[in-house]
Design a protein around this ligand. Structure first.
Ligand code: DC
Length: 229
């Protein structure tokens, strides 16, 4: 008999603007799982580095900073609330300077190793959907289901612009698109765990798909995975 109750670990990776957070939050609600945004942890560390004047290039100092920090993710239906040393930094870490800094602090192998260890602890009991860049390749190489969610660059840029409500402001729209392209480049070309699909990930291109459609597709895959046990 299929064991529909087994709590899976679901990994969703992909570039910025592919819709990972939205899909993870919606799917988590449907399955009664916890959604965890690993990128929010890199963002929180980046914020702390800026607050404490720690260089984004200093791997040693960034690691020490991470080790002395408490970064907590609180899943909600809309995404994660994020607490840094007890303070709610959810809104601040989505701002432009932190978005850029998070990508920069994430290139350091020692920082990544620290993050990966914390992220694995969060997944111990299953029943989670974790999204990021290296979840299927490094954090949970044995995940029950791996999704690589992508979309065409111009679609991802347009989504970002809409999220910022910047459609009317040409200059801001141009800047957001350029930021996204630069971050894509850095996330894909860094030496340590660059963004790439796990060989056993299911690819979904959301360019021409609505949120409901993507959620349905991933839910079908998850239910099939549970039934296969
Ligand atoms: O998903 P996000 O936009 O919040 O991620 C912010 C940055 O953090 C992203 O540009 C690269 C880095 N990141 C990473 O290197 N590995 C992850 N698993 C998640 C995010």
């Amino acid at each position: 008999m299929p064991n529909a109750k087994r709590k899976l670990v679901i990994a969703i990776d992909g570039p910025a603007g592919a819709g990972k957070s939205t899909i993870a939050a919606r799917l988590a609600q449907k399955l009664g799982y916890i959604n965890l945004e690993s990128g929010a942890m890199y963002r929180a560390l980046a914020l702390k580095a800026i607050q404490q004047n720690v260089s984004q290039d200093s791997e040693r100092e960034l690691l020490a900073l991470a080790q002395s920090s408490e970064i907590r993710l609180q899943p909600t239906g809309e995404g994660n609330r994020v607490f840094l040393d007890g303070a709610d930094v959810s809104a601040r870490i989505r701002e432009r300077d932190i978005t850029d800094a998070a990508s920069r602090v994430s290139v350091h192998p020692a920082v990544r190793a620290w993050m990966v260890a914390r992220q694995r602890e969060m997944g111990l009991r299953g029943g989670i959907i974790m999204e990021g860049r290296d979840i299927g390749t490094k954090v949970f190489p044995d995940a029950d289901l791996k999704i690589f969610l992508d979309a065409a660059p111009e679609v991802r840029q347009e989504r970002r612009i809409q999220q910022h409500g910047a459609a009317a402001d040409q200059e801001q729209a141009r800047r957001l698109a350029a930021d996204l392209a630069e971050r894509d480049r850095r996330d894909r070309t860094r030496a340590a765990s660059p963004l790439q699909s796990a060989p056993d990930a299911v690819h979904i291109d959301s360019s021409a798909m609505g949120v409901d459609e993507v959620v349905r597709r991933v839910e079908e895959l998850a239910l099939a995975r549970m039934a296969a046990d």
